[in-house]
Design a binder for this molecule. Structure first.
Ligand SMILES: *[C@@H]1O[C@H](CO)[C@@H](O)[C@H](O)[C@H]1NC(C)=O
Ligand SMILES: *[C@@H]1O[C@H](CO)[C@@H](O)[C@H](O)[C@H]1NC(C)=O
Ligand SMILES: *[C@@H]1O[C@H](CO)[C@@H](O)[C@H](O)[C@H]1NC(C)=O
Ligand SMILES: *[C@@H]1O[C@H](CO)[C@@H](O)[C@H](O)[C@H]1NC(C)=O
Ligand SMILES: *[C@@H]1O[C@H](CO)[C@@H](O)[C@H](O)[C@H]1NC(C)=O
Ligand SMILES: *[C@@H]1O[C@H](CO)[C@@H](O)[C@H](O)[C@H]1NC(C)=O
Length: 511
């Protein structure tokens, strides 16, 4: 009960990012017997030192750019957890350096950058833009996160359709930008994600995302599942979002990234260490509109996929892929996305048999990738008649068999990006040693280690998106279903082991 409460709180906390919720959540901590009182202090301290967001800052905020980083601003400036002490570094040098590279983008840099990126900026506002025809973005040096400069215009979101849930975000951001505009600031930073959590659904991506957001150097975008690469740019999920509209969701993060200048104590260079990320669990696999992508028309199976487009914009992006026993993933996906009335182990079994038969028959007659990337694919029924199998949609006993064919997707991504740009984690490893896996991810993202304080905060957070009570009560799938699925997935798991030269993906299901 208590754990459920924490879990709900944590979700609220991360989704809203509002410290009030943190207070509410913290209020229950003392009743947890196995959480030492000391931890409470840790969480409170953490809340104090965790940098504040742009929205804590009063509109008349006027930063003192001559201050040294160990000078604690008292009006909303971030409090650095790295301690620069006067003894450590040459203060004279530091002051000069800091003055020279203020947080503002210098006039000459701004103008040059705007010119260089003018065509990109213009085209990024088009709906359904062919990404492969976009000019390359000139990313700003000195920023770890991929960012560039665009002209700051008044009311930058006036043409953006806003759903109710996003109105507040755009209202606040408009206030912020308009305030700067009135101060004669004509440049703004625009950023794309430094890292992508590509997938897969029901493999703990939400939890990884929430935990990464705990790191003081991570700024979150408008939400976790931005779904631009696979859905929004094609108008699935409602309206069609241009690339510029996708970039809008990182504007709050970009403000923080620009404000995050720190001085590297060894090189004495200004570094902007903050990063932002996208954690849409559909990016790895979902290419529902592949036949309308650039150059794919008329093909039997896709050539161009999301990785080609993403590579054009961000050849150096970093990718995190979370995997899990595909048999268990499928059941978890089914329970999560199906309505209570129809789901049962029996219904699951029936749908799995049907899906496997349809898929296998498809691959006997068509290229494998056509069957994997089409959510409706041609197959043959028991009488040998050509028919179409459609993956059941949400609420209809969803059995998305193909999402577990990890190797097919990863192979397509590796055809475009380098292997070292990927970090592939297993959910199972996280249940054994979550801290170790998170540490490896931080290393992969070239981020500093968590402080003991931050580690404590990580520990008190309950996992996100755990199985609902009614789904736990439904019990596991039948042993026969598990066997069927294990046999189906085995050749694909073996290919993954071979592709990555990594024997961690040798899953067997024990019911
Ligand atoms: C620089 O920072 C690192 C840790 O971030 C610290 O170990 C080291 O002592 C610092 N060096 C100086 C000269 O302050
Ligand atoms: C600190 O830096 C200034 C300017 O670069 C230099 O003149 C001064 O000698 C340095 N002080 C020390 C103690 O290194
Ligand atoms: C700061 O700028 C001034 C003038 O452009 C220059 O002389 C000085 O060397 C710069 N200081 C640092 C630390 O870069
Ligand atoms: C932008 O596009 C125009 C017309 O296509 C071209 O002449 C110009 O060189 C381009 N500018 C840059 C910076 O690529
Ligand atoms: C997959 O979709 C493409 C494009 O719509 C189509 O041409 C192809 O026949 C489909 N393949 C199968 C096996 O259904
Ligand atoms: C997977 O594990 C089983 C035993 O658990 C073993 O027999 C098999 O050789 C392993 N396969 C690979 C590819 O490592």
């Amino acid at each position: 009960m208590v754990l459920r409460h924490i879990s709900t709180c944590w979700r609220l906390l991360v989704v809203s990012g509002i410290s009030l919720v943190l207070l509410t959540c913290l209020s229950v901590l003392p009743v947890i017997p196995n959480v030492r009182r000391g931890r409470l202090k840790y969480v409170a301290d953490y809340k104090r030192v965790r940098h504040r967001t742009a929205f804590d800052i009063p509109s008349n905020w006027d930063p003192d750019l001559t201050a040294t980083p160990d000078n604690k601003y008292n009006r909303g400036e971030e409090v650095c957890t790295d301690k620069f002490t006067r003894k450590d570094i040459n203060l004279t040098f530091l002051l000069n350096l800091h003055k020279n590279s203020s947080r503002e983008i210098p006039e000459e840099v701004g103008i040059a950058q705007i010119k260089k990126n003018a065509n990109f900026t213009l085209m990024s506002h088009e709906k359904y833009v062919d990404i492969l025809k976009l000019p390359k973005i000139e990313f700003l040096p000195g920023y770890k996160n991929p960012c560039w400069v665009e002209a700051l215009k008044k009311d930058p979101y006036s043409n953006v359709p806003k759903t109710t849930s996003h109105r507040r975000y755009y209202k606040r951001m408009t206030e912020y930008y308009n305030h700067r505009y009135l101060q004669n600031i004509r440049f703004r930073l625009r950023c794309l994600p430094y890292y992508y959590i590509l997938g897969q659904p029901k493999c703990g991506t939400t939890d990884v995302y929430f935990k990464l957001n705990l790191h003081p150097d991570v700024e979150k975008g408008m939400g976790k599942e931005l779904q631009w690469w696979t859905k929004r740019r094609y108008g699935r999920d409602g309206w069609t979002q241009s690339l510029a509209e996708y970039v809008n969701v990182f504007d709050r993060a970009s403000v923080e990234i620009q404000r995050s200048s720190k001085i590297d104590n060894t090189t004495l260079q200004i570094v902007r260490n903050k990063i932002t990320g996208d954690a849409s669990a559909s990016t790895l696999w979902d290419n529902a509109h592949w036949d309308s992508y650039h150059g794919n028309a008329g093909r039997e199976d896709p050539f161009y996929l999301t990785p080609q487009f993403l590579h054009h914009l961000q050849p150096d992006a970093k990718f995190i892929v979370s995997l899990r026993n595909p048999t268990l993933r499928l059941y978890s996906d089914y329970l999560f996305f199906s309505s209570a009335a129809e789901k049962s182990a029996k219904d699951f079994h029936v749908k799995v048999v049907k899906a496997i038969n349809a898929f296998k028959t498809c691959t006997e007659h068509f290229p494998e990738r056509a069957c994997v990337y089409n959510s409706t694919f041609a197959t043959y029924d028991d009488d040998g008649e050509l028919t179409y199998y459609t993956e059941p949609v949400r609420g209809r006993g969803r059995v998305r068999l193909r999402i577990g064919l990890y190797v097919v997707f990863i192979r397509d991504w590796l055809a475009v990006f380098k292997k070292k740009q990927f970090m592939i984690i297993k959910l199972e490893e996280r249940s054994e040693n979550d801290k170790g896996v998170i540490e490896k991810i931080l290393e992969f993202l070239e981020m500093r280690k968590l402080t003991p304080l931050e580690e404590q905060v990580l520990k008190v957070q309950a996992p996100a998106n755990t199985r609902r009570k009614e789904d736990v009560e439904m019990g596991p799938m039948f042993e026969s279903t598990a066997k069927l699925l294990d046999d189906f997935y085995k050749p694909y798991n073996d290919q993954l082991i071979e592709l990555l030269d990594d024997d961690r993906f040798n899953w067997t299901t024990h019911i």
